[in-house]
Write a protein that binds this ligand. Structure first.
Ligand code: SAM
Length: 346
C-alpha cells in the first residue's frame, strides 16, 4: 500500500465540501483518508490491502459482494480500474449502492485511462458533467434519477470454456480477472509438462480462476488441492468453479501469508507486475518463504517468462532446479526442496 494520496485522490480532495456524509471509494487501495465530515468505506479487490488496512473495522470492503457493505451511500466515488470491463461492473455496483438523490463520481489520471473512462461513464450516464481537472486528472459526476437494478455477482460471472492440453475445461471469469478467461500461454506450457499424477496435497499458488487445479483434477479427481490468490475476482471464480467438490480448498492469501499447510507439490504461474509496474520483489520473497510450505523433497513446478532471472534465487532458497521446457518465451522449472533445506527445517 502506498502512503501518499494519489494525484487522482488529491484532485477529489479539492471538492470535499460537495461529498455526502456516507462515502464509498470503489477501487481505493491507498491509506484511508480522514475526512471529518464523512463516514468513508473503501472497496478493494486486493486481499493484502484489505487485511493491512484493518479489514471491516478499518472501513475496508473486500470485493463486490462483501456482506459488511452498507445498504447505501450518499456519494460513491469510482476510481479507474485497469480493465474497461471492470469499469462497467464498478459503475453497475456503484449505481446499485447509491442512496436516492446521491452522486456518483468518477476520478482518474490520464495514465490510468480517464479519457476513455469518462467516455464510458457518459455513455452510461448521459447527463454526467466534469467537476474539476488538474495535474492530468479529471473528476466527473452523475446523478442518476432512476433507481438502478440490484447488483448480483452472478450476473457478471461468465462461464468460459478452455482448451487446455488434452482436456476441455469449464471455468468462470469475471471482469478484471487475469487473462479474463483465456488460457495463458505460460500456463499451457506448464500443464504440458505434467505427465504423471503429482503427489498430493497440491497447492495452486496464484491460482487465477483455478485453471491449473481444474486441469489436475480433470485427470486425477481424487487429488487434494488448495487454491490461493490475492484477488477477489480470482477467488470468486475459483470458488464458483469448484463449488461443492470434495478435497478442494480456496484461500485468500497475499503471497504465502495465509497459506495453511505444507504441500507435496506446488504449481505456480506467478505475477510479475504490481499494478502497471514490473516488480520481481514479491516473487523473490515467495522463493525465500516457499521451503516452509514444501515438504522435504517436494516439488515446485513454476512457469515464467524466459527472461526473468528466477533460476538463481530458486536454487539458492529452495533447492536444485531443472528446466523442463523452454520455447524461448516461457520456461517451465521443476525445483526440488532440499531434504535439509535452509529455510524449511524438516
Ligand atoms: C500469471 S497469473 C496466473 C493465474 C492462473 N494460475 C493461470 O495460470 O491462469 C498470476 C496470478 O497471481 C495473482 N497474484 C498477484 N499478486 C498476488 C499476491 N500478492 N498473492 C497471491 N496471488 C497474487 C493474480 O491475481 C493472478 O491471478
Amino acid at each position: 500500500m502506498t502512503t501518499e494520496a494519489s494525484p487522482a485522490l488529491s484532485l477529489l480532495e479539492r471538492s470535499l465540501d460537495r461529498l455526502g456524509e456516507r462515502v464509498c471509494l470503489v477501487g481505493h487501495d491507498g491509506p484511508m483518508p480522514h475526512w471529518p465530515q464523512c463516514r468513508v468505506h473503501a472497496l478493494t479487490t486486493h486481499y493484502g490491502v484489505y487485511r493491512q488496512g484493518g479489514g471491516a473495522d478499518g472501513g475496508r470492503l473486500f470485493g463486490y459482494d462483501d456482506p459488511e457493505t452498507p445498504e447505501a451511500f450518499d456519494t460513491v466515488v469510482i476510481l479507474m480500474p485497469k480493465a474497461r470491463s471492470e469499469l462497467t461492473m464498478r459503475m453497475a455496483w456503484a449505481a446499485a449502492r447509491l442512496a436516492r438523490g446521491g452522486e456518483l463520481w468518477l476520478v482518474g489520471a490520464k495514465r490510468e485511462g480517464i479519457a476513455r473512462g469518462s467516455r464510458q461513464f457518459r455513455e452510461r450516464f448521459p447527463a454526467a458533467f466534469r467537476i474539476d481537472s488538474a495535474r492530468h486528472c479529471q473528476l466527473w459526476c452523475a446523478t442518476p434519477e432512476v433507481p438502478a437494478a440490484p447488483f448480483r455477482v452472478g450476473d457478471w460471472l461468465d462461464s468460459v470454456h478452455l482448451e487446455a492440453p488434452d482436456a476441455d475445461l469449464e471455468l468462470y471469469s469475471l471482469p478484471g480477472l487475469f487473462s479474463e478467461g483465456r488460457l495463458d500461454e505460460g500456463t499451457r506450457q506448464l500443464l504440458a509438462t505434467v505427465t504423471a499424477e503429482p503427489p498430493g496435497p497440491v497447492l495452486d499458488l496464484a491460482c487465477g480462476n483455478g485453471v491449473i487445479a481444474a486441469w489436475l483434477r480433470h485427470y486425477w479427481p481424487g487429488l487434494a488441492v488448495t487454491l490461493a490468490d490475492v484477488h477477489w475476482q480470482a477467488l470468486r471464480c475459483a470458488r464458483a468453479s469448484f463449488e461443492g467438490l470434495e478435497g478442494v480448498t480456496v484461500v485468500a492469501s497475499d503471497g504465502l501469508a495465509s497459506i495453511p499447510a505444507r504441500y507435496a507439490s506446488i504449481f505456480c504461474n506467478p505475477p510479475f507486475h504490481q499494478g502497471q509496474k514490473k516488480d520481481l520483489d514479491p516473487v523473490n520473497q515467495w522463493f525465500r518463504e516457499l521451503p516452509r510450505f514444501l515438504e522435504p523433497g517436494a516439488e515446485l513446478r513454476l512457469v515464467a517468462n524466459a527472461f526473468l532471472p528466477y533460476q538463481d534465487p530458486m536454487a539458492r532458497f529452495i533447492g536444485p532446479v531443472r528446466t523442463l521446457s523452454d520455447d524461448g518465451r516461457f520456461r517451465v522449472y521443476s525445483v526440488t526442496r532440499s531434504i535439509h533445506g535452509k529455510n524449511g527445517g524438516n
